[in-house]
Design a protein around this ligand. Structure first.
Ligand code: ADP
Length: 661
């Protein structure tokens, strides 16, 4: 700013005007009455100029403020002196300054023409106001142009406009989010207005005038009549309406909408509606899916052989699934507890006590098996599982669960148990029978040590009768007596164990030891039939897991069969080979081979069938019992004809799990 100018314009606008006047009116006419009137008029105008609630600016072509009224300066937080001489751009936002320059330029180009615009101004404290500016450029007396600007503060209006715009934007957004559009419908004039979202719902280009024919065309043909009737009646009677219908979209898809409208009347009493239209396709879809899944579960429930139940907080049955199989689910249970109907309630108090404790603790339960009756009163076994259910506040409402008729499975188990018992019984009987056949062998096994005992006792006496008695030799004889006595005792114990009906006792066993003990019992039998035995037992075999007595029974049976198969052999040595060996990593084999009659083609498939025998005094039970014993051990028993003569019976047994590699 030039200092000279500051001296001229640094004062208030009033002083400036007075200054100008003095230039026009020469000093010598200062006392002239006209001049005095003029000055008075100027002063009055000056007052108006200063205090009229409009902001006035005078700006030179470079944009420098030449003058501003007090009101205008105060609106911006300045005194006039602070603004005069500054660039007018200082009271605009940086981003608006180019526009301001353009406006000033336009005014200068179009002298004496008014231009109006709305723009923001910045106060001294940085706050903002909106103004509506009316500007015009004119030539001053000295010929230079100035721009006169009158501004009106429109901040409040702008804020209201903005708030309205914002709330409209919020509304549009809310409509979009809730898939709800709004509409207005003047029934008399058929005039319809739609919100943006309504256009979107109807898939109609925004801005086109909504019309009833278009809407009817969008509505599903099956729903059209109902829509026309509802809206027609509402229009006639001036009543609210609320209805749902379908739209067929241009791509052929179906949209479900719900329209709700409130009837009002305009100033001249004509009916008009304001309403909302909501796209409820997703809700309808969800409802349909729910209905489908409910139906699906009902189908499952009704076709399953299981049935579903529900009990209340007192554990009494409230519901039982409808069943297509009318025989299964028991009838007449509603209102009863499970233990009311179970005939085993009194027999198994502990089972029911535990079950009721679980129910009272509101915990799930699994696989409770109890006795009940079917619809025809027939006893059945039922297996049930259930879980508690609660309301939204966590209050216990009861249990829901499923029941299965397990009668067949339980009867099968019982039959299997009975069969197992009968087999064990039979095995015992045949064992005792075999022992009867082995009497000679057993007697021999016992006689041998007894004879040795007598011989050693005699010897002992002789040693004692010597003079002096040979105590050392006598002691040795007594030691032998003890040893033989033990041997005889062992044999008797073993025979008793075989004869006793004892429970099966599965323990880890050394298979070779089992073989040796069995062979010991039939030693004499072999000798009396001139049969020699060859043992090829693999050392260091891992142990098996089984019942010693039963496995020995199998071996004795196979050995006895081998001896019998060689009874008619006269042209060659009767030799029995007993072998043990590993079979893979997890099993071992014991085989008994003879060189007897061998097995015929017809016989091979039937050997293990009960009562199959080719012997006049045979029972035909031995091999079938042997096979069931071996299978109960998880193994296999098979018969293989030898290449040359005789047959081999092979036992394969799994190794004890802890020893299998
Ligand atoms: P049994 O010895 O009472 O006949 P088994 O079930 O032990 O009953 O045997 C059934 C049949 O299998 C025998 O009658 C016999 O024909 C045949 N058999 C069993 N072992 C042999 C063998 N080692 N060699 C040939 N045939 C055998």
């Amino acid at each position: 700013m030039k200092p000279g100018r500051a001296a001229t314009f640094g004062k208030s606008a009033a002083q400036f005007l007075v200054g100008c006047l003095r230039q026009i009116v020469p000093a010598k006419q200062g006392t002239d009455a006209n001049a005095a009137d003029l000055l008075e008029a100027v002063k009055q105008w000056q007052q108006v100029f200063e205090h009229t609630p409009v902001m006035y600016f005078m700006v030179d072509p470079a944009g420098t403020v030449i003058n501003v009224n007090t009101f205008g300066a105060e609106q911006l937080g300045y005194t006039p002196a602070e603004l005069i001489g500054r660039s007018v751009l200082d009271v605009f936002l940086a981003e608006d300054r180019a526009a301001v320059r353009a406006c000033v330029a336009l005014c200068l180009k179009t002298l004496d023409q008014s231009h109006t615009w709305e723009i923001r101004k910045v106060r001294k404290d940085g706050s903002m106001l909106w103004v509506r500016e009316n500007a015009k450029a004119m030539l001053r007396a000295n010929g230079g142009p100035i721009v006169l600007v009158a501004c009106e503060n429109i901040t409040e209006r702008k804020e209201a406009e903005n708030a309205l715009r914002q709330s409209e934007a919020y509304l549009a957004q809310a409509q979009e989010l809730s898939h709800t559009g709004s509409f207005g419908w003047k029934a008399a004039t058929r005039e319809i207005t739609w919100s943006k979202e309504t256009y979107r719902i109807f898939e109609c280009e925004e801005g086109t005038k909504p019309a009833i024919p278009f809407m009817l065309q969008r509505i599903h043909p099956e729903d059209r009549l109902a829509v026309q009737q509802t809206t027609g009646r509402a229009a006639r009677e001036g009543k609210d309406y609320d209805h749902e219908y379908r739209l067929v979209m241009p791509d052929g898809s179906i949209k479900y909408v719900r329209a709700v409208a409130r009837a009002t009347r305009d100033a001249s009493g004509r009916v008009e509606f304001v309403g909302s239209v909501t796209d409820i396709t997703a809700t309808k879809e969800a409802e349909r899916r729910l209905r489908d899944s409910e139906q699906r579960f009902r189908d499952y429930a009704e076709t399953a052989s299981d049935w579903f139940w529900e009990t209340g907080p007192d554990h009494r049955v409230t519901q039982i699934s409808e069943h297509s199989d009318t025989n299964t689910a028991p009838a007449g249970l509603i209102g009863l507890t499970r233990w009311d109907i179970a005939p085993d309630a009194a027999l198994e108090p502990e089972k029911w006590r535990q079950h009721r404790a679980a129910l009272d603790a509101h915990v799930p339960f699994r696989d409770l098996v109890y006795r009940s009756k079917d619809r025809n009163g027939q006893p059945i076994y039922v297996r049930t599982s259930g879980k508690p259910f609660f309301d939204a506040d966590g209050a216990f409402l009861g249990y829901r669960g499923v029941c299965t008729d397990v009668t067949a499975a339980i009867r099968a188990n019982q039959a299997e148990d009975a069969l197992r018992k009968a087999q064990a019984e039979l095995a015992h009987v045949t064992r005792v029978t075999t022992l009867g056949e082995l009497t000679a062998s057993i007697a021999h096994e016992i006689n041998q040590p007894l004879a040795a005992v007598i011989a050693n006792a005699d010897a002992c006496l002789a040693w004692l009768q010597r003079s002096p008695p040979d105590l050392k030799a006598a002691r040795r004889s007594v030691e032998w007596i003890i040893e033989d006595g033990r041997r005889a005792g062992d044999v008797i114990r073993h025979v008793r164990a075989l004869a006793k009906r004892s429970d099966i006792e599965m323990v880890p066993l050394d298979a070779n030891a089992v073989v040796r003990e069995a062979v010991a019992l039939v030693q004499r039998e072999m000798a009396s039939h001139a049969v020699s035995v060859r043992m090829e037992l693999s050392s260091a075999l891992p142990r098996i897991f089984g019942d010693r007595i039963q496995l020995q029974q199998v071996l004795i049976n196979l050995i006895m069969n081998g001896i019998e198969a060689m009874a008619d052999v006269h042209d060659r040595p009767r030799e029995l080979a007993i072998r043990s060996q590993a079979s893979g990593d997890s099993a071992m084999q014991v085989s008994v081979s003879d060189c007897g009659t061998g097995i015929s083609e017809q016989a091979i498939d039937r050997l293990f069938t009960p009562f199959f025998t080719t012997k006049s005094s045979g029972m035909g039970m031995g091999l079938s019992i042997c096979r069931s014993i071996i299978e109960a051990h998880g193994g296999r028993l098979s018969a293989i004809p030898n290449q040359e003569r005789g047959a081999t019976f092979q036992i394969t047994l799994p190794l004890h799990r802890e020893e299998a590699s």
